[in-house]
Design a protein around this ligand. Sequence first.
Ligand code: PEP
Ligand code: MG
Length: 755
Amino acid sequence: MRSALGGPRLLLRRLREVMAEPVSPQARLDKIVIHIAANMVAEVCSVYVLRADNRLELYATEGLNREAVHLTTMRATEGLVGLIATSAEPLALADAQSHPAFSYKPETGEEIYHSFLGVPILRGGNTLGVLVVQNRARRIYTDEEVEALQTTAMLLAEMIASGDLQAIALPGDETALRRPVAVKGSAIADGIGLGHVVLHEPRVVIKQIVAEDAKTESRRLEDAVQALRDEIDTLIARGDRLGAGEHREVLETVRVFANDRGWMRRLTEAIQTGLTAEAAVERVQNDARAKLQRQTDPYLRERLHDLDDLANRLLHKLTGADYVVAREILPDNAILVARSMGPAALLDYPRSKLRGLVLEQGGASSHVAIVARAIGIPAVGDVANITDFVETGDAIIVDGSTGDIQVRPGHDVEAAYAEKARLRARRQEQYIRLRDVPAVTRDGVKIKMHMNAGLIIDTQHFAETGAESIGLFRTELQFMLAARFPRAGEQEALYRAVLEAVPDRPVTFRTLDIGSDKVLPYMAKVDEENPALGWRAIRIGLDRPGLLRQQLRAMLKAGAGRELRIMFPMVATIKEFEAAREVAMHEVSWLKKHGYSTPEPLKLGVMVEVPSLLWELGAICARADFLSVGSNDLIQYLFAADRDNKRVASRFDPLSPPALRALRAIAEAGGLTGTPVTLCGEMGGKPLDALALAAIGYRSLSMSATSIGPVKATLLSANLKEIAEFLAPMIDQGDDRQPLREQLRAFAEARGVQL
Ligand code: PEP
Ligand code: MG
């Protein structure tokens, strides 16, 4: 079967002329279908557009009844057109009516057409509509014709994406591209942000789809691919990472794709159909996305990201577009949307313009999440395919407390969130007023409030919180952000900077807690079956005493002449603590011998986060200067449930008799021996949990900066004796009729406790 009137290239040229004509969008669409039908020698050519309500609407036709335009609609899963929309793949049939999915629409008059070729109108792997040609005669469409129609569909995708067709949509029947979308991810940093999307890796907008000359385009493509290969080779050879947190492994995969012959062949073929080099890249990538997106195998889906990365880099090379967002064009209420992002990349943005962060990959324990919390922007992670259905400039709302994302929200949704944000702001004002008020309960019990930190930027918040000290400084975080292992001098400078940021208050440094989920990108990864139960924290410190010594010496030097508190993570036995203390005391002697002054007083403590210590509490209290309860790990090990695994998170609750009994035993042991006990896990920062902890004997809690205000407000409004008397029998007897959490909440609320 020949393609009449000069084939796809001529068709594309004609269509480009039509695109440039100053006519209405409907007239343009009508002309386009006439040209396609003529060029492909088809009696029918129709365009169906996917609407926000997930129906496909006939927007233009040559050959079917014109009256059916804007009247004929079908569900996105209905008929052959629906099949193409959902499968995102072309469909060519010699006898359409015998296909099981065929559905007959009498108003269109299509019953006399036998053969059928339809292709999806795709953008970013999403279906925006379907383009169809039909013939009376039973005929087989050639691969070239399928290709040509797919190429033409790209023009229509641009028309839809540009919002051109929105003008001819009936009110309430908006195209799918602009519809409001509500999605949910995992909450990673608290707060509510209303603003506009800024894609962290801006998508290249292709202005030129139709080429003047295929030879020139082929040359452009070859040059760009060569330049890209060279660039990737250089990056890999340099062995470091770019600002965006790219790692060698990703680059290696991209390199494999960049040298793939099949990929090059497909690009060259797309150029032969009349596309520019950049349009060919988009075309081939659209096909790959459509195929890979339906894969359920996570490995294959991951490869899609690598391919996307490659296509994106190539598009930037071809169009000369910037690879990063120009800081000058950042709106004042930017909400960053990214597939993934490294912590350093987030810190590169001006904080004053950021209102939120949304990530496809990255949960609450990712490094970028830690930074988002430290700089105080609401963030949500694990949001599937978000970069595919937002455009830079779209209105978006991020609710970092629930994980909800609203894209292009309606007025009512926006108003509801604006109100929620106002309420939060009012509460924040209350917390600021409480800054210098000590956390004393209504019946006169004082609870000391401390702040958790891990980055030097965290210390900026110290003064705002009114905290008594930094109760936990997680030293590994700064190590996780660094490009290589920090040298002794750098470590000392960091610890000194932390101490100087809180000049007259103590800081409790924790030695490196690496291993398991806390991986240093520059350290060889140890393969273990159960990393959470493996070689981590103090275990590494004691097996590699050089590392521990170096860190302790840096801390001791930085803290010379003032109070310094150091604690050791994941201690499981008394012997481990004694060994760690010996290393520390050895460093103190060494420093003294060499004329250095040392901290005064120096307190050495233990993190209680491995359950074995629960049965050594007397012995550990006798040896340690203080205890700090790591409830995150203690609870994970008590219940044998991974703290980051969403699937098992709801199976247990720290506010339950067994956990509270364990926690109470630690507080009691501290009280009996006069050993100070602080709790520094996440539960200390949750108002209801903190109330329960105070009721079972905790007088010192360390939490994130943003939790201090809410927890203080709760404690100030509570009568602790009343709460303790209510809780004690439930903890002792283990009441399982109703969850303890719910009972405690109801009891506290009824007594006017602010929660
Ligand atoms: C804990 O385990 O509760 C804790 C405070 O330490 P991390 O969360 O750093 O493991
Ligand atoms: Mg821990």
